[in-house]
Ligand binder design. Structure first.
Ligand code: DGJ
Length: 715
């Protein structure tokens, strides 16, 4: 709900208020974002900030006031939300409120960029129009608030109303001034095979913390999601503000503590390498940033984002459907396969009880390794004599769906496509472009290149019965032709993804980027699941999946059981633990199933029927992280159905120790007066015992042991 009361505007969500007002000079000041308070006119309540500040009496000292979209260089000298180089070569502007417009019942949509949509959730959008009289700069701020969530979705449009060109040097999607206090920043760093490693840093007075990525996609190294919390915050207590950018290009999240320990937090496109020239009446739209507030720790932030993303971001019809349980051939064969081998694997997958066979990299052009053929999306008949459609038919006859891998944004220098269109690769004239994994990036800022890609994928998907697509992207962006290019490329990616996913609404798309290098809310808008990491080791995955689950829904995390010793880190783990780790996501297998022992076949059959029992719970339930693999020797999580009748507990012990007493695990959010049966052990427990006394988990006496419980209410 949005109310304008005098000079104040109050946005009210489920338990939150977001309040701003205009002062006597027309400045847009921030008043409150946090627990719900009464909606009323707060515009006179500025006394707490009044200071002797040395400015002339007719100049308002913005430097000590919380603001909504601050500029730099007049009476505020802190980090600006945007920066414009004016035609007379300075960066100054002073934005004043021109109007507040309330768009009732609407979630704000930005042309060409993924955004939250309203679906069945009541929501309203506030548009604030700001204007600088001297430079004729207009800024429009958008705030969407949902009645049933504790989030505000923010974005900005920068419009040049002057007669001259201006250069936009930065434009954050949101800027939030938090009150004086002690804060921590939690961010998600990493690399290939070690994505989204959770890191927590106190932001001391005067300190600036910036999480930024300038590598092309959202990146393995730093995720476009951060949290700012009170220093006492943990999974269940403390104030937490989440910032999730719905964007897959270069991004930046900045938190800067000011001289009084107030904290200015900003999130948006990375200013590093960004610029956009705006002619008269031209406008630039930032991506959307979703800010979330919790007064009860990180767990509540997760549950909020999970519901919001599932219901109001992810467009695929598969979002609310159980996914086919799959076998992917990648770790089973890599590039070395024949049609016969694939059919053997598929036949075995069917016997095991799986639903879908996915053919990964290496089926097209003359691709027998990663050195060639990206862009030549025609089947390699030497490997697959019956073509994709013939193979799909044979696999369908076995009773399985068929899916494929593609990497449509890329071009190999050794490809027919490159020989025909060398200028289609991202490059700078006169310079040999840098190859990474022997490949270059197609210039998706060009309409003709986007059209080629759309048609190429359309062609593949129209000519064979392909029901699943793994959409990979395996390199970082170099040779950037001009400032601001990465954003234009990202818009091209979204255009291509949007057109293809709308053309094939029944196909299940999975995002991927050399593992989890592009796991962000932008991709989730088009693809309901994303491969979380090329590191498929069950123990490494505990950390990767734990931290990925903080902003992103558990069922969007693709996780497969692979061979032991693990191919990426050599660790030996039991099949039981590999499955226990993979249950916390969309489940599947990725190994040569023709080489399984009888015992493994029996176990896998049981795992598959167990996963069918938990899929809906994992897909729609509420996540409670109980023990963190970052802080303890364990990773324990629980997913509870909305009606509390079912709960899945997955628990892994990392290293074993002689006579170590495990902590009792207390489950969360069950019906205290009801009985639950653990379908794994057959034991019966009361909800109150599980929650308030807790239970000891009976781990095997070995490293990497696991316990899984599926609790179902008996009455
Ligand atoms: C990187 C992906 O993350 C892998 O799963 C696999 O698809 C390879 N690319 C194929 O080249």
């Amino acid at each position: 709900m949005i109310e304008r009361i005098g000079n104040t505007v109050c946005l009210t969500g489920r338990d939150i208020s977001y309040i701003m007002f205009t002062n006597e000079n027309g400045d847009l000041l921030h008043f409150h974002f946090g627990k719900k308070i009464k909606s009323m006119d707060y515009s006179r309540m500025t006394d707490e900030w009044h200071e002797e500040w040395g400015y002339a009496t007719n100049q308002f000292p913005l430097d000590v006031y919380p603001q909504e979209y601050p500029s730099y260089g007049l009476t505020d000298l802190r980090n600006p939300a945007y920066s414009v180089l004016n035609s007379d070569n300075n960066n100054l502007s002073m934005l004043c409120v021109k109007d507040f417009i309330i768009h009732k019942g609407q979630a704000y949509q930005i042309n060409g960029l993924p955004c939250l949509f309203s679906a069945k959730s009541p929501c309203d959008t506030l548009e604030v129009i700001l204007y600088d009289e001297v430079t004729c700069l207009e800024v429009r701020l958008f705030y969407t608030v949902f009645d049933e969530y504790n989030v505000i979705a923010r974005s900005a449009a920068i419009v040049n109303r002057s007669e001259h060109n201006i250069k936009l040097l930065s434009a954050y999607s949101a800027s939030l001034d938090l009150p004086v206090g002690e804060y921590d920043m939690i961010h998600f760093a990493g690399s290939w095979g070690r994505e989204r490693e959770l890191a927590r840093t106190p932001i001391k007075i005067g300190m600036k913390a910036e999480i930024e990525n300038a590598r092309g996609g959202s990146g393995h190294q730093l995720n476009p999601f951060v949290m700012i919390s009170s220093v006492d915050a943990d999974e269940e207590k403390g104030e937490v503000y989440g910032f999730s950018l719905i964007y897959s290009g270069n991004h930046s999240s900045v938190a800067k503590s000011d001289q009084f320990r107030g904290l200015r937090v900003q999130q948006g496109i990375n200013p590093n390498g960004f610029e956009c020239v705006l002619g008269k009446d031209e406008e630039f739209y930032t991506p959307q940033c979703v800010i979330c507030y919790s007064s009860s720790g990180f767990g509540a932030i997760s549950r909020e984002y999970h519901d919001l993303f599932r219901n109001n971001l992810m467009r695929s019809k598969w979002t609310h459907m159980n996914r086919p349980l799959l076998l992917n051939n990648w770790e089973g064969t890599y590039f070395n396969f024949t049609e016969e081998k694939l059919l053997d694997m598929a036949a075995r997958a069917k016997e095991l009880g799986l639903d879908l066979f996915v053919l990964d990299d290496g089926w097209f052009g003359k691709r027998n390794d990663d050195k060639s053929s990206l862009g030549d999306w025609t089947v390699n008949k030497d490997k697959l004599p019956s073509g994709l459609s013939g193979l799909a038919d044979k696999i369908n006859k076995l009773g399985l769906k068929f899916g494929i891998w593609i990497e449509p944004e890329m071009i190999s220098p050794d490809s027919e496509l490159y020989r025909a269109h060398p200028d289609w690769a991202v490059h700078v004239r006169g310079r040999e472009p840098v190859e990474i994994r022997n490949q270059l990036i197609l210039d998706l800022s060009r309409d003709d290149v986007c059209e080629y890609v759309i048609n190429a994928v359309k062609n593949i998907l129209s000519n064979a019965n392909i029901e699943y697509v793994k959409w990979d992207m395996n390199r970082q962006m170099t040779d950037i032709p001009c400032a601001g290019y990465n954003h234009r490329y990202t818009l091209g990616v979204y255009r291509v993804m949007s057109e293809i996913t709308s053309m094939f609404p029944d196909v299940l798309f999975e995002g991927c980027s050399a593992g989890g290098g592009r796991f962000d809310a932008g991709i989730l808008a088009y693809m309901p699941q994303i491969w979380a990491s090329d590191n498929s080791d069950a123990v490494s995955r505990l950390k990767i999946q734990y931290s990925t689950s903080i902003p992103y829904p558990v069922y969007s995390i693709s996780s497969h059981v692979t061979a032991s010793p693990n191919h990426q880190c050599g660790r030996i783990t039991s099949l039981k633990t590999r499955a226990a780790s993979a249950y916390m996501g969309t489940f599947g297998y990725e190994l040569d199933v023709t080489k399984l022992t009888d015992d493994e076949i029996t176990q896998i059959k049981e795992q598959i029927s167990f996963d069918r029992r938990i899929q809906t719970l994992v897909r729609e339930g509420d996540l409670y992280r109980i023990l963190s693999p970052y802080d303890t020797n364990f990773s324990v999580s629980e997913i509870v159905s909305k009606d509390r009748r079912k709960a899945l507990l997955t628990a892994c012990k990392v290293l074993t120790a002689g006579q170590e007493k495990n902590a009792r695990i207390k489950l969360r959010n069950l019906n205290t007066d009801k009985q639950y049966k653990d379908v794994v052990s057959g034991k019966i427990y009361r909800g109150d015992l599980l929650m308030y006394r807790g239970i000891m988990l009976n781990y095997d006496a070995c490293d990497f042991a696991s316990v899984v419980m599926l609790l179902e209410q008996t009455d």
